[in-house]
Design a protein around this ligand. Structure first.
Ligand code: PEP
Ligand code: MG
Length: 564
């Protein structure tokens, strides 16, 4: 594609868009010793603590009101941000600093920075919430300094919105019917901006260095599948993007069950995290849910939801899916998804510590309550849920999990294969449970000894690494020998080329974000099972991840190679 240069980032979804850029300016800088103003006049020193409390309260109230006007995930993230503004610990730290003589604006900055460091150290979900924390800071500071609340410009025409990063409150304030695409310099593909963009079908590219330097009104061409942004695209580049959009629309018209060209079935399932995600699948061609990340229901809460609350949420999910399969993953707290009530003490190496199923050692009631709620929801909705535990390393753990699930009244049990030990011992693991699902995000992290949150090490973390594929192959072989299903629910399943390799290795289902399903369905339909096996052979025989992917790309049907 050509134009005046191409920027590359991490794409979210597969959409394309062409349009002029509008920039979301960062919040104005206020001097750390600026006075607190009310009605334009400085507040008396003895009134400052009250003014600080009032600023936090009014920001929380404004965010709560916005949350009430919003729906679904947007409402959830706004309420989570409102809760941060309402957090007594944050407010108390600011007040303590003010009483200790620090200027109020400096005190807000310092307290927020302290929390941000803690969130960043915790990593994962919490690290991605740092943007929300800073948005609370900007709003509180603006209120104290007597400035209007920072916000996004009103959009008068269909526009590509560009920002350093967007807090959910900013994203929610956008009229998404006028947003052609969202581009950010920072943020991560699982951050709030990306989640909200995905929920609304808006093409999104994050981690785009230099994007905020574009002048207002510059026309860009966005391709989320490849994560590329063409600056001032010429006619050829525009035509190529329009052709891509037509092709994505055409691909989505095929709603048949997943299968290879010679009719070998490969179930195509969706990954979800919320009740709303499940309800959006009502008219979708997804054959079911291959990964319900239940921890999303637990995040941002001081206490675990009660059995009754959980039962109500799971019942809605099962009802939304009718008689389609739903694979529920039990709580995967710890490491990149820490929860206050599950992981009270910081760990030196949290990814290797008490996370996922291992929580049964420290807080067994969490698993017990969750299994009880799932069994109740199954009875109330008439569904037969499949339940699986994350981060299982041994067949003894698989046996204990299956016993706990059966004890709660659940029939179909499985475990995720995310730890190399479980893949190497897949035969023994499959002797204990009915199915397994490969979490290739973590399997790559643990096989390659590479923190999945370190952007600069993504070459090692690549699921095309032959070592990772060897473990997938070993697990799939064990599944075939035991006649038990082996799925993949990590991000790798959403790559049409990798999907062919996984099918060739003998994987029986692929689970991904719903927007990725049409391209994967199309790729499978263009290749026979024998061709998929040959592609898997190429990937396994490659010297490294990059040459493996190129060898497969060169060997697939040309239309599939073009999918990006
Ligand atoms: C995985 O590890 O591949 C997976 C699907 O689980 P999560 O990304 O939630 O850790
Ligand atoms: Mg995982």
């Amino acid at each position: 594609m050509s134009g005046h240069g191409v920027l590359r980032g991490v794409g979210v979804g597969r959409g394309v868009a062409v349009g002029p850029v509008v920039r979301v300016e960062p919040a104005p800088r206020v001097a750390p010793d600026a006075p607190v103003l009310r009605d334009g006049a400085p507040v008396a020193p003895d009134q400052v603590p009250d003014a600080v409390s009032e600023a936090f309260a009014s920001v929380a109230a404004a965010l709560t009101a916005q949350a009430e006007r919003a729906t679904g995930t947007v409402a959830d993230v706004l309420s989570a941000t409102a809760q941060m503004a309402d957090d007594p610990a944050l407010r108390q730290q600011v007040l303590d600093r003010v009483r200790g003589g620090e200027p109020p604006i400096a005190a807000v900055d310092a307290a927020v920075d302290g929390f941000a460091v803690l969130f960043e150290q915790a990593g994962g979900y919490l690290a991605e919430r740092v943007t929300d924390l800073r948005s609370v800071r900007d709003r509180v500071v603006a209120r104290l300094a007597g400035l209007p609340a920072p916000g996004v410009p009103e959009l008068v025409e269909p526009t590509v919105v560009v920002a350093r990063d967007l807090a959910p409150a900013d994203t929610a304030a956008l009229d998404l019917t006028r947003v052609l695409a969202l581009l950010t310099e920072e943020g991560g593909p699982t951050g709030h901006t990306a989640i909200i963009a995905g929920q609304n079908g808006v093409p999104c590219v994050v981690r785009l260095p230099g994007i905020t330097e574009l002048a207002e009104g510059t026309v860009v061409g966005v391709d989320a599948a490849t994560g590329s942004v063409v600056i001032e695209p010429d006619d050829d580049a525009r035509a190529a993007l329009a052709a891509k959009a037509d092709r994505e629309r055409a691909l989505a018209e095929d709603t048949a069950p997943g299968a290879t060209a010679d009719g070998h079935p490969v179930q195509l399932l969706a990954n979800i995290g919320t009740v709303e995600d499940a309800e959006r699948l009502t008219g979708s061609a997804a054959e079911g849910v291959g990964l319900f990340r239940t921890e999303v229901l637990f995040l941002g809460r001081a206490q675990a939801p009660t059995v009754d609350e959980q039962t109500a949420a799971y019942t809605r999910v099962f009802r939304a899916l009718g008689n389609r399969k739903v694979v529920v993953r039990t709580l995967d707290a710890g490491a990149d998804k820490p929860l206050a009530f599950a992981n009270p003490a910081p760990e030196e190496n949290p990814a290797l510590g008490v996370r996922g199923y291992r929580l049964v050692r420290t807080v067994p009631e969490l698993l017990h309550d969750q299994l009880t709620a799932l069994a109740r929801a199954g009875r109330e909705s008439g569904a037969e849920p499949w339940v699986m535990a994350p981060m299982v390393a041994t067949s003894a753990e698989a046996r204990a999990f299956a016993a706990a699930a059966h004890g709660a009244g659940l029939g179909v049990t499985g475990v995720m294969v995310e730890v190399p030990a479980a893949a190497l011992r897949a035969r023994a693991v499959l002797g204990e449970v009915d199915f397994v699902s490969l979490g290739t995000n973590d399997l790559a992290q643990y096989t390659m000894a590479t923190d999945r949150l370190r952007g600069e090490l993504t070459d090692l973390l690549d699921p095309w690494q032959p070592a990772v594929l060897e473990l997938v192959a070993a697990t799939a072989r064990a599944g075939q020998d035991a006649s038990r299903p082996v799925g993949v629910c990590g991000e790798s399943a959403a790559d049409p080329l990798m999907a062919l390799v996984l099918a060739g290795l003998g994987v029986t289902s692929l689970s991904m974000s719903p927007g990725a399903l049409p391209a994967v369905r199309f790729a499978l339909r263009r290749h026979t099972q024998a061709e998929c096996r040959a592609l898997a052979g190429l990937a396994l025989a490659a010297a490294d991840a990059v040459s493996g992917r190129s060898a497969v790309r060169a060997a697939v049907h040309p239309e599939v190679g073009d999918l990006g």
